[in-house]
Ligand binder design. Structure first.
Ligand SMILES: Nc1nc2c(ncn2[C@@H]2O[C@H](COP(=O)(O)OP(=O)(O)OP(=O)(O)O)[C@@H](O)[C@H]2O)c(=O)[nH]1
Length: 292
């Protein structure tokens, strides 16, 4: 038996959550075209041959402005420090950005073993990759590099095989059928937040947090889930509710469909929206989404 922690690290939007989901074969971490969608560490438990790969999705690394941002970036670095292998994910459509150079400089101090994963190769001419690889190896000692498309799955099997062979000997830490250690109530709140990221724009998604207030199993096998959406400002509340409640209805419908699939049972989802000034600086709110 082999078992080890692998952290996915990179700039916002590099495709870390998409890759985690592809490697885990399940939608565990929420994805949107907007930067900073992931706010906490999400563990995906992936069985490959006789190896349990404990794959950690982390928030994108960027310059923090508020307390929430600081907690997110700090969660990402803790993920890298704790990992046996750190996968540095590079969005090849942008190449070596300033953001990536900053991450690389800090990775040198925090991580022992770094593999580089060039992502989104479905979008680029792969000839661009050779100079990019050279630029990165000049900055950072990397053990291995991979070319993948997290979206199509191209190259993902090779990456999984390489991890399975390389992780240290040791007992599995989780039952082999588990997909994640995250509680269902946290996954439910995340799926609601994902829909807000998908269906609202500009500063609205960054004004929002979602918390599951209650999660009750019903005798018929279904589950009732009540989620509170906190927003920083009254006008954001109005945007999320929408004209005649159309927007919140759509958020709820889409999140419920995803939840049914993830929890493999019918879900009844109830949403309420509350204005809460300064939630993004409140310890309790950050703790509720797994941040310290
Ligand atoms: N074409 C293409 N798009 C991708 C690929 N991987 C991710 N994306 C898209 O890139 C966007 C960001 O993906 P995420 O997985 O949310 O990125 P992330 O690194 O987790 O982002 P943060 O939450 O900001 O840290 C989404 O629109 C994805 O669909 C890929 O391999 N190819």
């Amino acid at each position: 038996m082999h078992c080890g922690f692998v952290a996915l690290i990179g700039a916002p939007n590099a495709g870390k959550s998409t890759l985690l989901n592809k490697m885990a074969g399940a939608k565990l971490s929420i994805v949107s075209p907007k930067a900073q969608t992931t706010r906490m560490r999400i563990l995906g438990i992936v069985m490959r041959q006789q190896t349990q790969i404990l794959l950690m999705d982390t928030p994108g690394i960027f310059k923090p402005k508020r307390k929430l941002d600081e907690a997110m970036v700090s969660a990402a670095w803790t993920g890298a420090v704790d990992a046996d292998i750190t996968l540095l994910l590079i969005d090849t459509t942008f190449g070596l950005t300033e953001e990536n150079i900053e991450i690389i400089n800090k990775l040198k101090e925090t991580s022992r073993r770094i593999w580089v994963v060039f992502n989104k190769i479905d979008k680029i001419n792969t000839q661009k990759l050779l100079p990019l690889t050279e630029e990165i190896t000049a900055l950072l000692p990397i053990e291995k590099s991979f070319m993948v498309s997290a979206k199509t799955g191209s190259g993902v099997d090779d990456l999984l095989d390489a991890l399975a062979e390389d992780l240290p000997k040791g007992p599995w830490l989780y039952p082999e059928d588990d997909l994640t250690n995250l509680p269902d109530r946290l996954l439910a709140a995340e799926l609601v937040r994902e829909q807000i990221f998908m269906q609202t724009h500009e500063e609205v998604p960054y004004s929002v947090t979602a918390e599951t207030e209650s999660f009750k199993e019903r005798p018929d096998g279904s589950v009732r889930i009540d989620v509170t959406i906190y927003v920083l400002r009254a006008n954001h509340k109005a945007i999320i509710i929408g004209d005649k409640g159309q927007k919140i209805k759509m958020i709820g419908e889409r999140a419920r469909k995803e939840l049914n699939r993830l929890l493999e049972r019918p879900c009844h989802l109830f949403l309420i929206v509350k204005e809460r000034k300064g939630w993004d600086g409140e310890k309790a709110r950050l703790k509720a989404i797994g941040l310290e």
